[in-house]
Design a protein around this ligand. Structure first.
Ligand SMILES: C[S@@+](CC[C@H](N)C(=O)[O-])C[C@H]1O[C@@H](n2cnc3c(N)ncnc32)[C@H](O)[C@@H]1O
Length: 315
């Protein structure tokens, strides 16, 4: 995420990254968080802790289970959330593991779930994490370092057809076949181990000329495959359905049309089955003032829905 504020006394001078659509997140949850009485919200992608901090400030009795799969994110969030003491429990885990985590924590009735998916600046700004096509690093891309499969494994072992499908469906790369074919050709000579040589091969195959780096779409697709992002989001939303109290809300912020489609499909399908009431408003997007400060927010889409009366789903 962009726009970092330095020197905030509440974080001991650590950087706090701008939380995307923070105003809108606060508005959606304001209607459901009670004025008085302790209640719990799950931030399933706590990142640098920006949204969590804003929610804790706005609701003095709110408690947050702050979860992230990436230990580096938790290290960033720790000094931001530490001042809130026992109002925050920080735990490492994936969205797909939230059900087990909530059971272990003894939290059954949750008032809100927040998912702000995708990469953040700590991934892109640290070449050693292997997300950057500009700054060379090992071809890794795992947000959860305990996952076995890296981006190098995908690039060096998947067949041409599967790579092309991945680039097309998960990255929206129209020249996916050319990219896949160039990768197969190059890896016959030397397997890929670093990000920039891969970006160079892809750029040559798909051609430049657009406003974004020519390897952007294929890198996004690889990241989604390595971190199983579609499946993670779906399982996170199922956990929200299982654990939210009636009237509790799910807020999902996504950054590309495929992810937004997954949220829309899940919520409208489950709303038809009676488990959710959909928001009547259009999905929120960042206002020009936010985009001017934080370019990454330009592609963010926020959808939310309210859990209906308890019906024993998944119980
Ligand atoms: C865009 S950042 C979140 C920023 C945060 N909302 C804030 O205000 O600082 C996304 C975070 O979600 C985490 N993440 C992505 N997918 C996840 C998953 N399936 N399970 C847990 N954490 C995930 C990433 O590691 C990253 O730290």
């Amino acid at each position: 995420m962009a726009a970092a504020h330095r020197g905030d006394p509440r974080t001991g001078g650590n950087e706090v990254h701008a939380a995307v659509l923070a105003r809108e997140v606060l508005e959606v949850f304001a209607a459901t968080i009670p004025q008085a009485g302790e209640c719990w919200l799950v931030d399933g992608t706590v990142g640098a802790g920006g949204h969590a901090r804003a929610l804790l400030d706005a609701h003095p009795e709110l408690r947050i289970l702050a979860v992230d799969q990436d230990p580096d994110s938790l290290s960033e969030a720790a000094p931001v959330l530490e001042p809130y003491g026992d109002r925050v429990r920080m735990r490492r885990g994936r969205m797909s593991q939230l059900g087990g985590l909530l059971r272990r924590e003894g939290l059954s009735d949750v008032i809100g779930f927040l998912f702000d998916v995708g990469v953040c600046s700590l991934h892109l700004d640290r070449p050693e994490r292997g997300f950057s096509f500009r700054d060379d690093g090992p071809l890794d891309m795992r947000m959860d370092p305990s996952r076995e499969r890296t981006a190098a494994d995908v690039v060096n072992t998947w067949d041409e057809h599967d790579l092309a499908d991945l680039f097309f469906h998960e990255g929206g790369e129209r020249r996916s076949r050319q990219a896949a074919s160039a990768i197969i050709e190059a890896r016959r000579r030397v397997p890929f181990q670093r990000t920039v040589p891969l970006a160079d091969v892809i750029a040559k195959a798909v051609g430049g000329g657009g406003r974004i780096h020519p390897a952007t779409r294929c890198f996004q697709a690889l990241r989604r495959a390595v971190n199983q992002e579609g499946e993670e989001l779906l399982r996170g939303m199922h956990a929200a359905e299982h654990h939210l109290v009636p009237g509790g809300r799910l807020v999902a912020i996504t950054f590309h049309s495929g992810e937004d489609r997954e949220v829309r499909r899940f919520l409208s399908g489950r709303a038809r089955a009676g488990h959710w009431t959909l928001s009547k408003e259009k999905p929120s997007r960042a206002q020009p003032d936010e985009v001017a400060k934080n370019r990454r927010s330009r592609s963010a889409v926020l959808r939310w829905a309210t859990r209906t009366q308890s019906d024993g789903v998944g119980a």
